[in-house]
Write a protein that binds this ligand. Structure first.
Ligand SMILES: C[S@@+](CC[C@H](N)C(=O)[O-])C[C@H]1O[C@@H](n2cnc3c(N)ncnc32)[C@H](O)[C@@H]1O
Length: 275
C-alpha cells in the first residue's frame, strides 16, 4: 500500500502544536497570525536577554499564516510523499521566531543548518538570530561551511557559528544566561561520508540532557532518528526513554513512526511548555 501506515501520533502532534499556541490546530490556521503575534509579543523576552542581544530588532515578527505547506507536508508524509526531514522542518517553523538562537546538534552537510538560519532571520529588515551548528567530524564542518559559502552572503554566514565538537558538550558553547529556542538532532552518519562515524546512544543521551538544560520554555528538541544502521534501534530506545521521563506538566513529547517501513526514520518532538 502506497500510503505508509504509521503509528498514529498525528492527532497527538496536532494537539501538541495547538496547545503550544493554545488554539485548536486545523480550523484556526487562518486566524493564527494575529493571535500568535499577540501571544509572542507578550512573551517575557527579557528573561532571555542573550536572545535579545543577538537580535538587531524585535524577534516577534508576524508570520505568513496560514503557513504555506504545513498541511501539504503532513498529509504528504501520511501518504508516503514527504520525508521525515520535511515534517521536522515544518514543525520547527511553528516554534522558531525571528531573532532566536537555535542549535543544530548534528550539522553534517549543513542542510538543516541552512533551513534553521532562514527561520531565525528576516530578509525584510535584516533582523536575525543565530544558529550554533556542531558536528564531531571535521569533514562535516567543512561540508556545512561550504554549503553556507555557496548559499549565503558574508553577513548571513556570520549568523552561523560552527563547532567541531561532540554535542554532549553543547552547554559549554551556549553563553551564560542565554536561552535556546530549539535543539535539533539528525542522528546517524554523515550522508556521503564515513559510515562508521555515527551518533552513539551514550553521547546522545548526554546531549539530550544538555539540550534540556539550555532550552527555553516554548522551545523544542527535535530528533530525526535513523534506525537502519547498527546501534540505531538502541539509540531510538534511549531517545524514547528520555522523552518518556520528562514531566508531563512541563513537556509534551511525541513520535511519528512508520509501521510497515521498519527502517524508516522516526521523528521525535519534545516541546517544553510555556510557563
Ligand atoms: C545524519 S547526519 C546529519 C545530517 C545533517 N543534519 C544535514 O542536514 O546534512 C549525522 C551527523 O552527526 C554527526 N555526529 C555523530 N556523532 C556526533 C556527536 N557525538 N556530536 C556531534 N555530531 C555527531 C556525524 O558526524 C554526522 O555528520
Amino acid at each position: 500500500m502506497a500510503a505508509g501506515l504509521f503509528r498514529a501520533e498525528m492527532s497527538m502532534l496536532s494537539s501538541t502544536l495547538a496547545r503550544s499556541f493554545s488554539i485548536p490546530f486545523r480550523k484556526t490556521l487562518s486566524s493564527f497570525d494575529s493571535r500568535i503575534a499577540t501571544q509572542r509579543n507578550s512573551l517575557p523576552r527579557t528573561r532571555h536577554s542573550r536572545v535579545a542581544s543577538l537580535s538587531s530588532s524585535s524577534p516577534s515578527h508576524p508570520r505568513n499564516f496560514p503557513l504555506p505547506g504545513i498541511e501539504d507536508v503532513f498529509v504528504g508524509y501520511l501518504f508516503g510523499r514527504k520525508k521525515a526531514t520535511e515534517v521536522a522542518h515544518v514543525v520547527w517553523e511553528q516554534v522558531i521566531q525571528k531573532g532566536d538562537m537555535v542549535i543544530d546538534a548534528t550539522c553534517g552537510n549543513g542542510n538543516d543548518t541552512l533551513a534553521m538560519l532562514k527561520m531565525v532571520t528576516d530578509d525584510s529588515d535584516g533582523c536575525g538570530g543565530c544558529v550554533y551548528a556542531m558536528d564531531i567530524q571535521k569533514d562535516a564542518i567543512e561540508s556545512t561551511s561550504c554549503l553556507l559559502d555557496q548559499t549565503l552572503g558574508s553577513e548571513e554566514k556570520e549568523r552561523v557559528k560552527l563547532f567541531n565538537m561532540c554535542h554532549s558538550k553543547m552547554e559549554e558553547i551556549v553563553p551564560e544566561n542565554s536561552s535556546v529556542r530549539m535543539v535539533a538532532f539528525n542522528l546517524g552518519y554523515l550522508p556521503g561520508g564515513n559510515k562508521s562515524i555515527i551518533t552513539a546512544s551514550n553521547t546522545t543521551v548526554l546531549a539530550l540532557k544538555a539540550a534540556e538544560s539550555v532550552l527555553m520554555p516554548g522551545g523544542l528538541i527535535s530528533l530525526v532518528v535513523y534506525i537502519g544502521h547498527p546501534g540505531g534501534r538502541e539509540e531510538l530506545e534511549v531517545v524514547e526513554a528520555f522523552g518518556s521521563s520528562l514531566p508531563v506538566s512541563d513537556w509534551v513529547c511525541c513520535k511519528l513512526q512508520m509501521l510497515n517501513r521498519p527502517l524508516a526514520p522516526v521523528l521525535v518532538f519534545m516541546f517544553k511548555r510555556e510557563k
